[in-house]
Design a protein around this ligand. Structure first.
Ligand code: AMP
Ligand code: MG
Length: 345
């Protein structure tokens, strides 16, 4: 969160433009330190802004680390041990991906994220001893969630030193929340983009698929955004994680906001960004972050070892050993690409 990263640009590139075709309702705004942009077709022409505002508000109160009174901040300060259904759901999903990725994804790294200055605090000097001590707590902790007699409330047990950080799935999760609202209301065609985490349902009334642009990794956080490629998205989400919008530089070395939980340090490999296509946005978001931790080779190995998982179609953007920019797409991802002008096999 708080990353005005725009890793994915929702390109309504090929939006129907004739006067006769129905026009989508468009809603835009800001949330979690970034933008959201939504388009939907609705025969009843309903304005769903109030319902969306209410969902975004609920999410902020639950999991936004920049809201001092949010549940996650209170849990991290050990002020609260009773958590809501939504908190429990996000935490369970995070723990599930932690197991699935053998630790590459870890929502318990909040203290490290803050010390490196990627959270809501300024960067501090951090010693090897401090990192080791934080890692030892992370590895010792076994978070336990148990139901209480009160419906939708769970008792949470964790080590007091543990601070959760849900930012690696927050925007994807939010896209899913809005999609679930739209599904409940019977909408059959929509595009939701929360800070670049995009979910598309159905087709436009003229039969066209939704088209989404994927940003080419920029050289620096100040660079102009450029579309690398366009993909066709039907009933799928696409999420990008990258190291080129949120990082700091020290002695010419770039330190990315993705932390490798095995070392406690920001990752430093040649993977610039990865876009993942899944049915659910939170999943694509979690896996994109996990792949940024693993790097290209381990990610490809992981994908090869999980042929049953149709929710990890991906395109990787890297600098090769000669410093040349390359892309690498998995076969299923290639099927939905509309064009990759500069792709290499
Ligand atoms: P994303 O942009 O979705 O890849 O999320 C990056 C954010 O997730 C960072 O700014 C941190 O707040 C958090 N994060 C960093 N490293 C990890 C990790 N290994 N596992 C889970 N969350 C992480
Ligand atoms: Mg993510």
């Amino acid at each position: 969160m708080n990353k005005f990263s725009l890793l994915l640009l929702t390109a309504l590139l090929f939006a129907a433009c004739g006067n006769k075709s129905p026009q989508p309702i468009r809603l835009q705004g800001e949330t979690q330190g970034t933008y959201y942009s939504i388009a939907y077709y609705d025969a009843q022409q309903r304005n769903l802004q109030p319902q969306i505002d209410s969902l975004l508000h609920d999410f902020d109160l639950t999991a936004n680390l920049w809201v001092d009174s949010s549940l996650i901040r209170r849990v991290n300060r050990n002020e609260d041990t009773l958590v809501s259904e939504m908190f429990c759901d996000i935490l369970r999903k995070s723990l599930q991906i932690n197991r699935y990725t053998h630790g590459a994804f870890n929502c318990k790294i909040g203290t490290l994220v803050n010390l490196y200055g990627f959270g809501f605090k300024n960067r501090e000097d951090i010693s090897d001893r401090q990192i080791d001590s934080i890692l030892s707590f992370i590895h010792q902790d076994s978070t336990v969630l148990s139901p209480t007699p009160q419906t939708g409330i769970y008792a949470l047990r964790k080590l007091p030193q543990i601070e959760y950080d849900f930012n690696a799935i927050a925007q994807g999760y939010t896209s899913d929340l809005i999609a679930q609202l739209f599904d409940r209301l019977g909408l059959e065609s929509y595009l939701i983009d929360v800070g670049g985490e995009v979910i598309a349902k159905g087709r436009k009334p003229n039969g066209d698929s939704w088209t989404v642009g994927i940003e080419r990794p920029a050289e620096t956080k100040y660079s102009q955004k450029e579309i690398e490629t366009a993909i066709l998205l039907n009933d799928r989400s696409v999420v990008t994680s990258g190291n080129y919008r949120k990082y700091y530089e020290e002695d010419g070395v770039r330190y990315s906001h993705t932390i490798d939980p095995s070392t406690g340090r920001p990752v430093s490999h040649s993977l610039l960004s990865v876009s993942v296509v899944s049915r659910q946005s939170w999943y694509a978001d979690a896996m994109a972050t996990s792949f940024m931790v693993m790097g290209l080779e381990k990610s490809l190995q992981f994908i090869a070892e999980h042929p049953e998982d149709e929710d990890i179609q991906a395109v990787f953007f890297i600098y090769d050993d000669h410093g040349e920019y390359k892309t690498h797409a998995t076969p299923k991802f290639k099927e939905i690409i509309k064009e990759i002008p500069t792709a290499t096999p």
